[in-house]
Design a binder for this molecule. Structure first.
Ligand SMILES: C[S@@+](CC[C@H](N)C(=O)[O-])C[C@H]1O[C@@H](n2cnc3c(N)ncnc32)[C@H](O)[C@@H]1O
Length: 238
Protein backbone atom coordinates (compact mmCIF):
# COMPACT_ATOMS: atom_id res chain seq x y z
CA UNK A 1 0.00 0.00 0.00
CA UNK A 2 1.61 3.29 -1.10
CA UNK A 3 0.08 6.67 -0.46
CA UNK A 4 2.93 8.77 -1.92
CA UNK A 5 2.80 11.13 1.04
CA UNK A 6 5.77 13.08 2.36
CA UNK A 7 4.59 14.31 5.76
CA UNK A 8 6.26 17.76 5.77
CA UNK A 9 4.71 18.52 2.37
CA UNK A 10 1.16 17.42 3.11
CA UNK A 11 -0.66 20.43 4.58
CA UNK A 12 1.55 22.87 2.71
CA UNK A 13 0.20 21.61 -0.63
CA UNK A 14 -3.18 20.10 0.16
CA UNK A 15 -4.73 22.79 2.34
CA UNK A 16 -4.91 24.89 -0.83
CA UNK A 17 -5.13 21.82 -3.15
CA UNK A 18 -8.13 19.48 -3.10
CA UNK A 19 -9.38 20.65 0.31
CA UNK A 20 -11.19 23.91 -0.65
CA UNK A 21 -13.26 22.06 -3.29
CA UNK A 22 -14.17 19.31 -0.84
CA UNK A 23 -15.12 21.91 1.77
CA UNK A 24 -17.55 23.38 -0.78
CA UNK A 25 -19.11 20.10 -1.88
CA UNK A 26 -19.30 17.96 1.25
CA UNK A 27 -21.48 20.00 3.67
CA UNK A 28 -24.74 19.54 1.73
CA UNK A 29 -24.18 15.77 1.52
CA UNK A 30 -23.60 15.52 5.27
CA UNK A 31 -26.49 17.78 6.25
CA UNK A 32 -28.53 14.81 7.51
CA UNK A 33 -25.78 13.33 9.67
CA UNK A 34 -26.43 14.40 13.23
CA UNK A 35 -25.25 11.46 15.29
CA UNK A 36 -22.06 9.84 13.96
CA UNK A 37 -19.64 9.98 11.03
CA UNK A 38 -16.68 7.75 10.19
CA UNK A 39 -13.92 9.43 8.21
CA UNK A 40 -11.66 6.86 6.56
CA UNK A 41 -8.09 7.96 5.84
CA UNK A 42 -8.52 11.18 7.81
CA UNK A 43 -4.90 12.15 7.17
CA UNK A 44 -3.83 15.29 8.99
CA UNK A 45 -7.43 16.25 9.76
CA UNK A 46 -7.90 18.95 7.10
CA UNK A 47 -11.38 17.55 6.41
CA UNK A 48 -12.00 16.20 9.92
CA UNK A 49 -12.19 19.59 11.62
CA UNK A 50 -14.40 20.91 8.82
CA UNK A 51 -16.82 18.00 9.30
CA UNK A 52 -16.87 18.88 12.99
CA UNK A 53 -17.71 22.48 12.09
CA UNK A 54 -20.56 21.48 9.75
CA UNK A 55 -22.26 18.85 11.90
CA UNK A 56 -22.89 18.16 15.59
CA UNK A 57 -22.07 14.47 14.98
CA UNK A 58 -19.57 12.38 16.89
CA UNK A 59 -16.64 11.72 14.53
CA UNK A 60 -14.48 8.63 14.20
CA UNK A 61 -11.34 9.66 12.32
CA UNK A 62 -9.59 6.52 11.10
CA UNK A 63 -5.97 6.96 10.05
CA UNK A 64 -3.38 4.13 9.83
CA UNK A 65 -0.26 6.28 9.34
CA UNK A 66 1.33 7.28 12.65
CA UNK A 67 2.85 10.38 11.06
CA UNK A 68 -0.45 11.60 9.60
CA UNK A 69 -2.22 10.73 12.84
CA UNK A 70 0.30 12.81 14.79
CA UNK A 71 -0.56 15.83 12.66
CA UNK A 72 -4.29 15.09 13.04
CA UNK A 73 -3.96 14.95 16.83
CA UNK A 74 -1.95 18.15 16.78
CA UNK A 75 -4.74 19.83 14.77
CA UNK A 76 -7.31 18.53 17.27
CA UNK A 77 -5.21 19.77 20.20
CA UNK A 78 -5.46 23.25 18.73
CA UNK A 79 -9.28 22.84 18.93
CA UNK A 80 -9.72 21.49 22.50
CA UNK A 81 -13.51 21.64 22.22
CA UNK A 82 -13.29 18.89 19.56
CA UNK A 83 -11.35 16.46 21.73
CA UNK A 84 -14.61 15.31 23.33
CA UNK A 85 -16.26 14.60 19.99
CA UNK A 86 -13.52 13.13 17.76
CA UNK A 87 -12.11 9.65 18.33
CA UNK A 88 -8.95 8.84 16.38
CA UNK A 89 -8.80 5.21 15.23
CA UNK A 90 -5.20 4.06 14.67
CA UNK A 91 -5.67 1.32 12.08
CA UNK A 92 -6.58 0.72 8.45
CA UNK A 93 -10.08 0.73 6.97
CA UNK A 94 -10.45 -3.07 6.81
CA UNK A 95 -9.88 -3.28 10.57
CA UNK A 96 -12.75 -0.95 11.47
CA UNK A 97 -15.05 -2.36 14.15
CA UNK A 98 -17.25 0.31 15.73
CA UNK A 99 -19.51 -0.16 18.75
CA UNK A 100 -22.54 1.05 16.76
CA UNK A 101 -23.09 1.60 13.03
CA UNK A 102 -22.56 5.21 11.90
CA UNK A 103 -24.91 7.42 9.90
CA UNK A 104 -22.32 8.42 7.31
CA UNK A 105 -18.84 7.58 6.08
CA UNK A 106 -16.47 9.90 4.25
CA UNK A 107 -13.33 8.86 2.37
CA UNK A 108 -11.50 11.73 0.68
CA UNK A 109 -8.56 10.98 -1.64
CA UNK A 110 -8.00 7.46 -0.37
CA UNK A 111 -9.26 5.15 -3.16
CA UNK A 112 -6.04 5.53 -5.16
CA UNK A 113 -4.10 3.88 -2.31
CA UNK A 114 -6.29 0.75 -2.17
CA UNK A 115 -5.36 -2.18 -4.39
CA UNK A 116 -8.32 -3.90 -6.07
CA UNK A 117 -8.24 -6.97 -3.83
CA UNK A 118 -8.25 -4.82 -0.68
CA UNK A 119 -10.93 -2.50 -2.08
CA UNK A 120 -13.30 -5.36 -2.98
CA UNK A 121 -13.05 -6.69 0.57
CA UNK A 122 -13.56 -3.20 2.01
CA UNK A 123 -17.12 -2.39 0.82
CA UNK A 124 -18.81 -5.34 2.61
CA UNK A 125 -16.88 -4.45 5.79
CA UNK A 126 -18.04 -0.83 5.55
CA UNK A 127 -21.61 -2.07 4.99
CA UNK A 128 -21.49 -3.78 8.40
CA UNK A 129 -20.43 -0.49 10.05
CA UNK A 130 -23.08 1.73 8.43
CA UNK A 131 -26.71 1.98 9.53
CA UNK A 132 -29.36 0.93 6.96
CA UNK A 133 -29.92 3.87 4.61
CA UNK A 134 -26.61 5.38 5.80
CA UNK A 135 -24.42 7.41 3.45
CA UNK A 136 -21.00 6.53 2.02
CA UNK A 137 -19.22 9.39 0.22
CA UNK A 138 -15.84 9.19 -1.48
CA UNK A 139 -13.79 10.97 -4.11
CA UNK A 140 -13.48 9.27 -7.48
CA UNK A 141 -12.42 10.36 -10.96
CA UNK A 142 -13.38 8.56 -14.12
CA UNK A 143 -10.98 7.72 -16.91
CA UNK A 144 -8.62 5.11 -15.49
CA UNK A 145 -4.96 5.68 -14.64
CA UNK A 146 -2.74 8.16 -16.48
CA UNK A 147 -0.52 6.85 -19.28
CA UNK A 148 3.24 6.59 -18.68
CA UNK A 149 4.92 9.97 -18.91
CA UNK A 150 8.18 11.72 -18.00
CA UNK A 151 9.06 13.37 -14.70
CA UNK A 152 7.32 16.72 -14.39
CA UNK A 153 6.90 19.39 -11.78
CA UNK A 154 3.42 19.32 -10.23
CA UNK A 155 3.52 22.25 -7.84
CA UNK A 156 5.76 24.42 -5.67
CA UNK A 157 5.45 26.45 -2.47
CA UNK A 158 7.82 29.00 -1.02
CA UNK A 159 8.58 28.69 2.69
CA UNK A 160 10.97 31.41 3.79
CA UNK A 161 14.17 30.98 1.77
CA UNK A 162 13.27 27.47 0.68
CA UNK A 163 11.26 26.20 -2.28
CA UNK A 164 9.24 23.01 -1.80
CA UNK A 165 8.59 21.20 -5.08
CA UNK A 166 6.63 18.04 -5.90
CA UNK A 167 7.54 16.20 -9.10
CA UNK A 168 6.13 12.96 -10.44
CA UNK A 169 6.38 10.55 -13.32
CA UNK A 170 4.25 7.60 -14.36
CA UNK A 171 6.50 4.68 -15.23
CA UNK A 172 3.90 1.97 -15.94
CA UNK A 173 0.19 1.86 -16.57
CA UNK A 174 -2.03 -1.15 -17.08
CA UNK A 175 -5.65 -1.90 -16.27
CA UNK A 176 -6.63 0.26 -13.30
CA UNK A 177 -3.06 0.42 -11.93
CA UNK A 178 -0.24 2.81 -12.61
CA UNK A 179 3.22 2.86 -11.12
CA UNK A 180 4.28 6.34 -10.08
CA UNK A 181 7.48 7.91 -8.81
CA UNK A 182 7.23 11.04 -6.68
CA UNK A 183 10.07 13.35 -5.70
CA UNK A 184 9.64 15.73 -2.78
CA UNK A 185 12.40 18.29 -3.15
CA UNK A 186 13.47 21.24 -1.03
CA UNK A 187 15.85 23.75 -2.60
CA UNK A 188 17.48 27.05 -1.70
CA UNK A 189 18.71 29.12 -4.64
CA UNK A 190 18.49 26.03 -6.89
CA UNK A 191 20.67 24.02 -4.50
CA UNK A 192 18.94 20.80 -3.41
CA UNK A 193 18.78 20.62 0.38
CA UNK A 194 16.75 17.45 0.64
CA UNK A 195 14.93 15.06 -1.63
CA UNK A 196 12.61 12.19 -0.78
CA UNK A 197 11.64 9.63 -3.42
CA UNK A 198 8.46 7.54 -3.14
CA UNK A 199 7.67 4.85 -5.71
CA UNK A 200 4.57 2.70 -5.75
CA UNK A 201 1.29 1.73 -7.32
CA UNK A 202 -1.84 3.86 -7.53
CA UNK A 203 -5.29 2.68 -8.61
CA UNK A 204 -7.96 4.41 -10.68
CA UNK A 205 -10.89 1.99 -11.07
CA UNK A 206 -13.31 2.68 -13.92
CA UNK A 207 -16.98 3.37 -13.26
CA UNK A 208 -18.30 -0.11 -14.11
CA UNK A 209 -15.80 -1.69 -11.69
CA UNK A 210 -16.69 0.64 -8.81
CA UNK A 211 -20.41 0.35 -9.48
CA UNK A 212 -20.24 -3.46 -9.57
CA UNK A 213 -18.34 -3.61 -6.28
CA UNK A 214 -20.63 -1.18 -4.45
CA UNK A 215 -23.87 -2.69 -5.74
CA UNK A 216 -22.80 -6.19 -4.79
CA UNK A 217 -22.02 -4.92 -1.27
CA UNK A 218 -25.59 -3.59 -0.97
CA UNK A 219 -25.10 0.10 -1.84
CA UNK A 220 -27.39 2.19 -4.04
CA UNK A 221 -25.99 5.26 -5.76
CA UNK A 222 -27.38 8.69 -4.87
CA UNK A 223 -26.63 12.21 -6.18
CA UNK A 224 -23.29 13.83 -5.46
CA UNK A 225 -21.38 16.83 -6.83
CA UNK A 226 -18.69 16.33 -9.50
CA UNK A 227 -15.65 14.46 -8.19
CA UNK A 228 -17.57 12.69 -5.41
CA UNK A 229 -19.63 9.51 -5.41
CA UNK A 230 -22.37 9.03 -2.83
CA UNK A 231 -24.09 5.75 -1.96
CA UNK A 232 -26.80 4.74 0.48
CA UNK A 233 -26.75 1.37 2.11
CA UNK A 234 -29.82 -0.54 0.95
CA UNK A 235 -32.24 -1.52 3.69
CA UNK A 236 -31.55 -5.18 2.95
CA UNK A 237 -27.89 -6.14 3.06
CA UNK A 238 -26.84 -8.96 0.76
C1 LIG B 1 -4.09 11.69 0.36
S1 LIG B 1 -4.35 11.31 2.03
C2 LIG B 1 -5.95 12.02 2.30
C3 LIG B 1 -6.11 12.49 3.72
C4 LIG B 1 -7.40 13.26 3.98
N1 LIG B 1 -8.55 12.44 3.68
C5 LIG B 1 -7.42 14.53 3.18
O1 LIG B 1 -8.25 14.63 2.26
O2 LIG B 1 -6.60 15.41 3.45
C6 LIG B 1 -4.70 9.56 2.01
C7 LIG B 1 -4.82 9.01 3.41
O3 LIG B 1 -5.35 7.69 3.32
C8 LIG B 1 -4.71 6.91 4.28
N2 LIG B 1 -4.84 5.50 3.89
C9 LIG B 1 -4.12 4.81 2.98
N3 LIG B 1 -4.51 3.53 2.95
C10 LIG B 1 -5.51 3.41 3.85
C11 LIG B 1 -6.31 2.32 4.30
N4 LIG B 1 -6.15 1.09 3.80
N5 LIG B 1 -7.23 2.54 5.26
C12 LIG B 1 -7.39 3.79 5.77
N6 LIG B 1 -6.66 4.85 5.39
C13 LIG B 1 -5.73 4.67 4.45
C14 LIG B 1 -3.27 7.40 4.27
O4 LIG B 1 -2.58 7.05 5.46
C15 LIG B 1 -3.47 8.90 4.11
O5 LIG B 1 -3.52 9.56 5.34
Amino acid sequence: MTDFISLPFYDLFHESGHVPGIREKLPSLLAGAQRSILEIGAGTGLITTSIADWTPAEIFALEPSAGMRGMLLSRLSARPELLKRVTVLPYDALSVDLDEPVEAMVMINVIYALDPHYRKRLWPVLATQLEPGGLLVFTWHDGGPPAPGPLKELDTRQVGRHTYTILSEITESDGERCKARYLYRITENDKVISEEEIVGNAYRPEWDVIEGELVSAGFVQTDAPEGLLAWRLGLQQF
